[in-house]
Each structure stands twice: as C-alpha cells, then as structure tokens.
Ligand binder design. Structure first.
Ligand SMILES: [Zn+2]
Length: 155
C-alpha cells in the first residue's frame, strides 16, 4: 500500500504487514533488488539517474508528473540537469520538490542510503554512515534524524 500525502511525501502502511506490502509493490514496480548491507546500499544508490527515476516513480506512481506550481501535466525533462520543467508556467523543479529532501544540497544518492539505513540497518551509527557517504558525522546525524522525525518510508 503506497499513498502520497498532501506534502508529496510517501508513506507505507502503519503495520509491518502493510509496510512490507508497500515495499513489495515498489520493488515490483521498479524490479529492484533491495540492498542487504550498507556497502551494497552505497553502491546501489550511487547511480543518480536511477535515484531520480526511482523518486519519479515514488512521487508520481501513475506516471503523470504534475507541475507543483500550476498542476499542469505538461511537464518535460531537462535531462542534462536531471530537472523537470513545466511547459505551461515554465517552472523548473527537481524530483525533490515537496519532500523533506527539497531544501538539502545533498543528492538523493546520499539521502536514499540514509533512508535505507533507517529502514533496514538501524544499528548503523551516524559516524559510520557519515564515513560511508563522505559527509561529516553531524550531517549524517541530521539526515537520519530528519528521516526518522518525518515519516515512515521504506526503501
Ligand atoms: Zn506549471
């Protein structure tokens, strides 16, 4: 079960069963293999184009990308910069728009690893995550905290 909240953030069901169902749907939709270790997750999410496509599928599961400014469905890709642009109001936006990642300069390749950690490897410390992502321990702590504070999502 996957649904989109008002703020564009994705949640899976509250119970374990519902959550795993959600993961299965996402996995099926993307035909992905969920990483089982931190180093696998780093390798897996290093592909920024894949992260971009993944986020598109999470945010707009019906494949209809909607402009956050005018709701238009006429949205095109600026593929060189992995940005999207509305053909009606001309607004440019990234797939991070309307999510807790929006105001962060960190890429989804790093954020998705942190999300993966909160879901699959809660014993990983912010120190270890920071070292793995090549960010400071403080940044890693902030990332984990922001994810945990906001929503339950599964990657
Ligand atoms: Zn627009």
């Amino acid at each position: 079960m996957i649904r989109i909240e008002k703020d564009g953030w994705i949640v899976t069901g509250d119970t374990k069963e519902e959550a795993s169902q959600g993961v299965a749907i996402v996995q099926n939709a993307l035909r992905i293999v969920i990483p089982t270790t931190l180093s696998e997750a780093i390798r897996y999410f290093r592909d920024v184009q894949m992260c971009h496509d993944y986020m598109v599928r999470i945010k707009w599961p019906d494949g209809k990308i909607r402009c956050p400014a005018c709701e238009s469905l006429r949205v095109g890709n600026i593929s060189s910069r992995r940005m999207l642009q509305c053909k009606d109001c001309r607004k440019q936006f990234s797939v991070k728009v309307g999510t807790i990642f929006e105001d962060s300069p960190l890429g989804l390749d790093k954020w998705f690893v942190a999300v993966w950690v909160t879901t699959n490897a809660s014993s990983v410390s912010s120190r270890e995550l920071g070292r793995s992502l090549d960010v400071t321990q403080k940044t890693a702590w902030f990332m984990l905290n922001r994810i945990r504070r906001n929503r339950k999502i599964a990657l």
